[in-house]
Design a binder for this molecule. Structure first.
Ligand SMILES: Cc1cc2nc3c(=O)[nH]c(=O)nc-3n(C[C@H](O)[C@H](O)[C@H](O)COP(=O)(O)OP(=O)(O)OC[C@H]3O[C@@H](n4cnc5c(N)ncnc54)[C@H](O)[C@@H]3O)c2cc1C
Length: 462
């Protein structure tokens, strides 16, 4: 149900101006499609933009940015709508919805793919895999390429080919003053550094150009163990991934099975022939008795869809994350003990294992920090019903704080619900954060793009 139209000075005039360019792609409270357009993956987000513009191309984005700036409107940007903070949707401002910007062009000879800002990973993979290629992308098909790329980009391929942002060749970006700039190693190189990790702080990316790679056979799937083997499985996993080949993309999940049983789960994706994959995984899988072993040769797109069953759209989400270099026995014990009392069957804890090619990239080349950690520990609090918010958020916070003692510092902004400025500084480290602020001074001195893990210009306290 739509709320009453919020009070914005000159709203009628602004609507008229936008209506001339956007026609029925301008949505206001009460319009058909307004409620669907403001809903995103995280069911906790229930915000009411005064205006939503569904952009079809870069010129639409420029027009919307100019109108928002001229009238001092709060602005939010929706790519794929997976951001857990819900910054894609604003209250009483202008929401720029890119979800119709779906153009994709793949050039297998050059090994590149260009995709517009509203494309999701499933859509991009579909086109690149048609020529047997892919770039590092998120491990769920419905995640947007935009938010994921701009803050780094973890996925099964990152140990083999680097983070998503390491595969970015160029980005076309509409800045606060309404210019369309290209950011690449050759053009606006400072901006190119910033958009590889700095999120949506510098403008709206209308199009991303990626390096793509051949993806041959894949051997992967889930191996599920009962919780009484959890400590030993975690210990073995942590030891194994320290020397695992770059061809393996591994995750460990503490989750709840459909019958309500808690379990420790390996989600594995090996890029190579099945026999090679099996040999690689032997040390990890030996010595335990799984409830189920679903490993099999499968298309890459099938591995990309496995986690969708863990993350249904529309449930309420609150996430916390940190990095870990080692999962020492005490850390494994705390993880297991605390997970056993998580209040929702949807909630899960993930060791998203890093390393390989992404860790070998010179840390100064992009704004991304903490490339050398072994794991990102991700706590996905997920539940149904607002009455359970306090209990579930409380549990996630308690779990995250118990794991702080074992953290190697920092966190990955794409996995975190909390955004106070001191926490954002922690994500980038002091030196990079200062450099990002100077970049913000240059490209967005008024902090027009502020609904994000915000990097403040130097004229604001930060
Ligand atoms: C189920 C699920 C699975 C996930 N899996 C992974 C994973 O495997 N790896 C990983 O790294 N992350 C993963 N994530 C986290 C994901 O990277 C972030 O949620 C990311 O923000 C999603 O991008 P989006 O475009 O879908 O989100 P949106 O909510 O649309 O955007 C998030 C923010 O990005 C900015 N933004 C969006 N589009 C643009 C644009 N075109 N130009 C400028 N700024 C823009 C805005 O600030 C916006 O608020 C997952 C999230 C979910 C919910």
């Amino acid at each position: 149900m739509a709320q009453a139209t919020p009070l914005i000075k000159d709203l009628a005039k602004i609507s008229e101006k936008l209506r001339a360019g956007f026609g029925r792609d301008l949505l206001r409270p009460g319009d058909d499609g307004y409620d669907a357009a403001r809903k995103i993956h995280n069911g906790m987000i229930d915000r009411f933009p005064a205006l939503i513009v569904r952009c079809g191309d870069a010129s639409d984005v420029i027009q919307a940015v100019n109108v928002a700036r001229e009238h001092g409107l709060l602005l939010s940007v929706l790519g794929g709508g997976h951001g857990v903070t819900g910054f894609a949707v604003c209250d009483q401002g202008l929401m720029i919805d890119l979800s119709r910007m779906k153009a994709i062009h793949v050039d297998p000879t050059l090994g590149t793919a260009r995709a517009e800002g509203g494309v999701t990973w499933g859509e991009l993979d579909r086109e690149t895999l048609a020529v047997g290629m892919a770039t590092t992308g998120g491990i769920e098909r419905t995640t947007g390429i935009a938010g994921l790329t701009l803050a780094g980009g973890y996925g099964f391929l990152m140990r083999k080919h680097g983070l998503t942002c390491d595969n970015l060749i160029s980005a076309d970006i509409v800045t606060a003053d309404g210019r369309l700039l290209r950011a690449s190693a050759e053009e606006n190189a400072d901006l190119f550094w910033g958009v590889r990790g700095g999120g949506g702080n510098f403008g709206i990316v209308t199009s991303f150009e990626y390096r793509i790679h051949e993806v041959g056979p894949v051997y992967g799937g889930l191996v599920i163990y009962p919780m009484d083997q959890a400590r030993e499985r975690i210990r073995r996993y942590d030891e194994f991934v320290a020397t695992a080949p770059d061809n393996l993309g591994p995750l460990l999940i503490l989750g709840t099975l459909p019958d309500g049983t808690r379990a420790v789960i390996f989600l594995l994706c090996y890029f190579g022939p099945a026999e090679e994959g099996k040999r690689c995984m032997e040390p990890l899988l030996s010595g335990g008795t799984p409830i189920a072993n679903q490993l099999a040769p499968m298309p890459y797109e099938s591995v990309q869809s496995i986690v969708e069953r863990f993350n249904p759209r529309g449930l309420r989400n609150y996430w916390k994350t940190s990095f870990m270099d080692r999962v020492v026995d005490d850390a494994a014990s705390v993880m297991v003990e605390k997970f056993q009392i998580s209040p929702s069957p949807y909630t899960h804890v993930v060791l998203y294992t890093l390393g390989g090619a992404m860790a070998r990239v010179d840390p100064d080349v992009t704004a991304i920090e903490n490339r050398r950690a072994r794991h990102a520990l991700l706590t996905v609090g997920m539940w149904d019903g607002a009455s359970a918010d306090e209990t579930n958020i409380g549990w996630v916070r308690g779990f995250a704080s118990s794991m702080e003692d074992f953290s190697s510092g920092g966190f990955y902004v794409n996995f975190d619900s909390d955004t106070p400025v001191d926490r954002v500084r922690l994500a980038y480290g002091a030196a990079k954060y200062s450099k990002l602020r100077l970049l913000k001074d240059k490209y967005d001195p008024t902090n027009f793009f502020r609904l994000n893990h915000n990097i403040r210009p130097t004229n604001e306290p930060g």
